[in-house]
Ligand binder design. Structure first.
Ligand code: AMP
Length: 553
């Protein structure tokens, strides 16, 4: 099965197949705009945040342009990214898209033994995805030859500048051929980015995403809220939000067919009857599903944007963005499905902590605020279920003829108090009404992260500190079960020591403990300071995490 939208972009069949397998139904706006000029060899300056599909926008043209009989002189493309997380993520994307082309992709970042990277480079490579510091290390060792590079991508350029990589980037670009293609993506366009673009890009095509101004009064009146949830907890959070909201009928939007199929299965596994709708299904099958939703035989649809395009269903009360769309305009289309003809509609978004920019862009486009809400806790849900049982009993008291049960109560009150009899009856009613939950796990609270999640350790002075420093991982005997959140740890450490938030590296919170990376030379100070601190009302103990001192790039 081909992906027509991508085929229109003249991508080769070896790229269309993996895209179809990934369940991409059509190019995102940035892909539609950026891919043609990139295929034609133009330089490009793109303003786009994470979540817009920008990775595929630059990866697909790079892969398309790989020669069959490639020179062994080193990589044809170099992608520079600010963090090791992003290096891994971007190289995975290249792997997936380049699967049928046999593309050889090597991520290069600090924190990984250099030997392994050397072997990978030695075996021959088409695309290198690197953090600037480590790329420069390899260049100075003579292990990364950039003389055959035809495309350089600077991804999240504003982040790289913030991290003090400006000089490194300049030094790396000097090593690449002058007639290369240069692509720069950045979420923001401060003057410094412009300056780099003027120096290194030649007549770039300019693309801006997510800047559409709202037409006054164009957005429908819909109650909009968002829950911030880490990806692994999204299915549980969705189930819980649906329990609490009890929609008459809802469409849950996903980005890919895969996601639709997986989520439908998960929801059905949890006892919520959901139907899938995506472009991989026959037209007949899709019509059947839509009709079931229209006439009330189904209440919950999980769909891709393409498949749900143009659906107009009166009984729809809720639209859920299980994944944020790639463009704010798509969000407006999605929520336009509810709140028609003056009825109240509800739009709910499950946002991941790193998606704050996308949420902001959506608010700008709709001209409306999105209320951030907390995912209902197990206790909230219990309260809500008890309330539903109470309401059901109240209705029965008001409307049912209960006379024939009198004899049961009278017999029991010979032996028990009326209150006790009532309690037992409520218990039985509650159980029949759905009763208590099987998923008793609380979903950890997270916040939108103003900067990237788990960023590398950085000090404001930039390059020297960011590249040269050691970090030490600390073990703290308090975790999720003590309701510890990343911001609690950052707060405690910055409150008690001379460190600032930017000095603190990766934070991992496990059930019973947490791990925090701090600059090695401040580790003792942090350990001592935390002896006198309490976090979330509890004394904590910090020590060096055994075996895990790490050398930074
Ligand atoms: P990015 O903005 O590059 O970080 O991409 C955000 C997410 O969108 C990634 O999970 C991609 O796999 C996904 N994605 C990229 N392009 C498409 C597309 N055309 N259709 C559906 N999902 C996509």
């Amino acid at each position: 099965m081909t992906v027509s939208g991508f085929a229109d972009l003249q991508l080769r069949p070896e790229l269309l197949k993996p895209l179809a397998d990934l369940g991409y139904e059509e190019p995102t706006p940035i892909q539609a705009e950026a891919i043609p000029p990139l295929l034609a060899g133009s330089d490009l300056l793109g303003q786009a945040a994470t979540g817009t599909g920008k990775t595929a926008a630059f990866a697909l043209p790079v892969l398309q342009r790989l020669d069959a009989g490639r020179a062994e002189r080193g990589p044809a493309a170099l992608v520079l990214v600010p963090t090791r997380e992003l290096a891994m993520q971007v190289s995975q994307a290249f792997h997936r898209y380049g699967r049928d082309l046999g593309a050889r992709v090597v991520p290069i970042y600090g924190g990984q033994p250099i030997g392994r990277q050397l072997q990978a480079l030695d075996r021959g490579v088409d695309v290198v995805v690197a953090t600037p510091g480590r790329a420069l290390d390899h260049i100075s060792r003579g292990t990364l030859d950039l003389s055959a590079v035809r495309t350089v991508v600077l991804d999240e350029a504003d982040e790289m500048l913030d991290m003090g990589f400006a000089e490194d980037i300049e030094a790396i670009l000097v090593e690449t051929p002058e007639d290369r293609q240069t692509v720069l993506f950045s979420a923001t366009m401060p003057g410094r980015i412009d300056a780099i673009a003027r120096r290194h890009l030649r007549e770039p095509v300019r693309i801006q995403m997510g800047r559409a101004e709202p037409e006054p009064g164009s957005a429908p009146l819909v109650r909009q809220s968002a829950y911030v949830v880490a990806r692994p907890h999204k299915p549980a959070a969705l189930g819980r939000v649906l329990d609490v909201e009890s929609p008459t009928a809802a469409i849950v939007f996903c980005r890919t067919r895969e996601e639709v199929d997986q989520l439908t299965e998960t929801l059905n596994g949890r006892g919520q009857r959901a139907e899938a709708l995506h472009g991989g299904m026959s037209q007949e099958h899709r019509d059947r599903v839509v009709n079931r939703l229209r006439d009330g035989r189904a209440d919950l649809l999980v769909a891709t944007d393409v498949a749900a395009r143009g659906l107009d269903i009166d009984r729809l009360s809720h639209v859920v963005n299980y994944s944020l769309p790639a463009a704010p305009e798509t969000y407006v289309h999605r929520i336009g499905r509810v709140g028609r003809a003056g009825r109240e509609g509800v739009a709910i978004t499950l946002a991941e902590p790193r998606e704050h920019r996308m949420l902001k862009a959506v608010e700008r486009t709709t001209g409306q605020r999105i209320l951030l809400q907390k995912v209902p806790t197990v206790a909230d849900l219990r309260t809500r279920k008890l309330e539903m049982t109470r309401a059901a009993l109240q209705e029965s008291l008001l409307t049912d003829d209960l006379e024939r049960f009198r004899v049961v109560v009278e017999t029991l009150t010979d032996e028990f108090d009326v209150m006790e009899v009532a309690l037992a009856a409520v218990k039985l009613a509650h159980e029949l009404n759905g009763g208590d939950l099987d998923d008793e796990q609380d979903i950890p609270e997270t916040a939108l992260r103003p900067e990237r999640e788990r960023r590398d350790t950085v000090r404001p002075t930039g390059r020297g500190a960011a590249r040269g420093g050691h970090t030490t991982r600390l073990f703290i005997n308090s975790g999720r079960s003590n309701r510890i959140r990343p911001q609690d740890l950052v707060g405690a450490i910055t409150g008690e020591t001379r460190l600032s938030g930017r000095d603190i590296g990766a934070i991992e919170i496990a059930d019973k403990f947490s791990l925090v990376e701090v600059p090695a030379d401040a580790a003792d100070e942090v350990i001592t300071a935390l002896r006198h601190a309490s976090i979330r009302g509890r004394k904590v103990l910090a020590r060096r995490d055994r075996d895990k001192d790490q050398r930074r790039p």
